[in-house]
Design a protein around this ligand. Structure first.
Ligand code: ZN
Ligand code: ZN
Length: 268
């Protein structure tokens, strides 16, 4: 029995005899059902038509993406530390070559994911590398392939290792999380932001939305909550969810200025 993967959001579901009737992630107002209706694929089909690309983003940080792009098109990030590697966010495709290459790099000690749009094939990755998957408990209902590997964490922060801290920002999803990497950007600190803090085409700014494809903004308390959650952390660089979507410098100032601009626009 295959595990179905939604073609529009890339979420892999638990094994079923027939594809599921619908995808709750896409039915939600933050996403959308594909214009030609709900469509499903499988890992096997994806392996036949796509390859995995690994590219260094900065020393100690490897991007892992799929070509041609699948669904939302995000790439994951492998943070390499002396205490073990952490896979930040996830993708739908996992193939043998990638398991071999990542194993050569020391494997994966833990997976952590910003929000349900990137849960993708997290259980495949967790099983291949014997790793736990850290998800914020507030988004528990969106886990569509349950597994003993999933660790639901609660509260506002969670240490994954020395200098690696999960920070719950909320906003886009109630459990929306970013990963603070203290050693990133040559020790100035980096934020691995998923789309919880969204790098935008003008990379001197970021934005924050309840839905990106459907352009639903957040309210004032949500914006202030994100800024407050990040206040204790220093970071220069912000790595967004796609290749090249990076704020190179003054990341913390960029978040502060962008939040101010946003609040002005919504009358907050
Ligand atoms: Zn979907
Ligand atoms: Zn999202």
């Amino acid at each position: 029995m295959p595990c179905s993967i939604c073609e529009t959001c890339g979420t892999q579901f638990a094994e079923t005899a027939e594809p599921p009737p619908s995808c709750p992630v896409c039915d939600d107002e933050r996403q959308y059902v594909g214009w030609h209706g709900q469509r499903w694929t499988t890992l096997e089909e994806l392996r036949a038509g796509h390859v995995t690309v690994l590219r260094e983003e900065e020393p100690g940080l490897l991007g892992i993406g799929t070509e041609p792009a699948i669904a939302i098109g995000q790439r994951a990030l492998l943070v390499q530390t002396p205490a073990g590697n952490v896979l930040w966010d996830c993708i739908s495709l996992l193939d043998e070559q990638t398991v071999a290459r990542v194993t050569e790099l020391g494997g994966i000690a833990a997976v952590a994911i910003s929000h349900p749009h990137y849960y993708s094939s997290m259980v495949e990755w967790a099983e291949a590398f014997g790793a736990p998957v850290y998800l914020h408990a507030a988004d528990r209902e969106w886990v569509l392939r349950p597994s003993d590997r999933v660790v639901f964490w609660e509260g506002e922060t969670r240490e994954l290792g020395p200098g690696l801290t999960l920070v719950r920002c909320g906003g886009h999803y109630e459990g929306g999380t970013v990963l603070h990497w203290a050693a990133g950007a040559k020790g100035r600190g980096a934020l691995l932001a998923g789309d919880i803090v969204q790098v935008i085409p003008d990379r001197a700014w970021v934005s924050f939305m309840y839905s990106y494809p459907n352009l639903i903004p957040l309210d004032e308390p949500a914006i202030r909550g994100i800024v407050a959650a990040l206040e204790p952390f220093d970071f220069d660089r912000i790595h967004g969810a796609w290749w090249g979507w990076v704020v190179e410098a003054d990341g913390k100032g960029v978040v502060a200025r962008s939040a101010e601009r946003y609040l002005k626009a919504i009358g907050g």
